[in-house]
Design a protein around this ligand. Structure first.
Ligand SMILES: NC(=O)c1ccc[n+]([C@@H]2O[C@H](COP(=O)([O-])OP(=O)(O)OC[C@H]3O[C@@H](n4cnc5c(N)ncnc54)[C@H](OP(=O)(O)O)[C@@H]3O)[C@@H](O)[C@H]2O)c1
Ligand SMILES: *[C@@H]1O[C@H](CO)[C@@H](O)[C@H](O)[C@H]1NC(C)=O
Ligand SMILES: *[C@@H]1O[C@H](CO)[C@@H](O)[C@H](O)[C@H]1NC(C)=O
Ligand SMILES: *[C@@H]1O[C@H](CO)[C@@H](O)[C@H](O)[C@H]1NC(C)=O
Length: 292
């Protein structure tokens, strides 16, 4: 049985959505016989998702563990617990994210969107990587890491990443900060893919755009939320469609050996030059190491 860890969960039905992309991804993977561990910051919400999945799929293997991606301490505690639990790890899906919030610093002093969407998942991935490599080696089943990014990577600050101003309130724009964090998800995936290829590890890393979906992610932006709740149900994809590309990248045999790619609608898509720039990826890697 493959083991997959997903960070996710949606506590409040909002904008017409009763669950986020991660919840649906967990349900589909569990249906396919994957043992799914959901990392959530709200345990009662996570347990409710687990019960909902089990009520429809009684044979599903689903566990919930506490994880706050915006916190260095929480990510480290989670990884230490996971690594000592003696479980294998075949698939890691970095799904959780926030969008469009007013400027705020995390408890570690990092701008909250960057901390939650990028630095937390980066640290988590680093801490689970040995486990993934060892599982792939032992089982001879390719490991897969998937970063749920967004086409919003196109709408970021001038120059892509505000390398020396990540935590500056001045000039902060919540749309650009969301785009910046999603660009970082893509650069992280591509850079890690190159590193693992060089090491000869049997672990692939890809990123993707789930499509514009009606979920909670828009709730902090009155403009986006208005569009999503009124027009969304006609023009946007639903949550099932939103999870499709993630499930494809996580399980489909066609994706075997494919690494360092960006998927849209279950197809490899071209990236704009700033997201495909290895120099930018290396510079971001340095910044990540400094921040963790
Ligand atoms: N919806 C779209 O149109 C769209 C488009 C492109 C990309 N995406 C990407 O898709 C991914 C999933 O988003 P979604 O649309 O499903 O949004 P969502 O319904 O808001 O789900 C995001 C999930 O992330 C969790 N989360 C937020 N902060 C966290 C933290 N500090 N620690 C742990 N978990 C945390 C949330 O948990 P709580 O329930 O506790 O808040 C929530 O369950 C995101 O990476 C997003 O950027 C979405
Ligand atoms: C956690 O989830 C529960 C159940 O969905 C919800 O009632 C509660 O408000 C959530 N707590 C927070 C802090 O979001
Ligand atoms: C990686 O794993 C796949 C099975 O999933 C196997 O066919 C392939 O030979 C492995 N590749 C390497 C480089 O070990
Ligand atoms: C994160 O936690 C580790 C271990 O407790 C600590 O050494 C490090 O300084 C922390 N980093 C940040 C940015 O707080």
């Amino acid at each position: 049985m493959l083991l997959c860890f997903i960070n996710l969960v949606c506590s409040h039905p909002y904008a017409g959505a009763s669950s986020g992309i991660g919840v649906e991804t967990s349900r589909v993977l569990a249906l396919r016989g994957v043992h799914v561990i959901m990392g959530v910051r709200n345990m009662s919400a996570g347990n409710a998702v687990k019960e909902a999945i089990l009520s429809k799929i009684p044979t599903a293997k689903v566990d919930v563990m506490e994880l706050d991606l915006s916190s260095n301490a929480s990510v480290r505690k989670f990884a230490a617990d996971f690594n000592s639990a003696g479980l294998p790890l075949n698939i890691l899906i970095n799904n959780a994210g926030i969008g469009f919030v007013p400027f705020e610093l995390s408890q570690d002093g990092i701008e909250l969107i960057f901390a939650t969407n990028h630095i937390g998942p980066f640290l988590l991935t680093e801490l689970l990587l040995d486990k993934m490599k060892a599982t792939a080696h032992k089982s001879n089943i390719e490991g897969r890491i998937i970063n749920v990014a967004s086409d919003s990577y196109k709408y970021t600050y001038r120059g892509g990443i505000r390398f020396d101003k990540i935590n500056d309130k001045s000039g902060y724009n919540s749309f650009y900060s969301y785009g910046q964090s999603k660009l970082a998800n893509i650069l992280h995936a591509n850079q890690l893919s190159s590193i693992l290829k060089e090491q000869g590890a049997n672990v692939t890393v890809n990123s993707l755009h789930p499509g514009p979906i009606v979920t909670n992610i828009h709730r902090h932006s009155p403009i986006l939320n208005g569009i999503v709740t009124t027009l969304g149900k006609y023009v946007l994809k639903n949550v099932q469609q939103g999870a499709a590309t993630t499930c494809y990248a996580a399980l489909h045999p066609q994706v075997q050996g494919v690494t360092g790619k960006y998927f849209v609608d279950s197809n490899v898509a071209e990236l704009k030059s700033h997201a495909a720039d290895p120099e930018m990826g290396k510079k971001l890697w340095e910044l990540n190491l400094n921040m963790i």
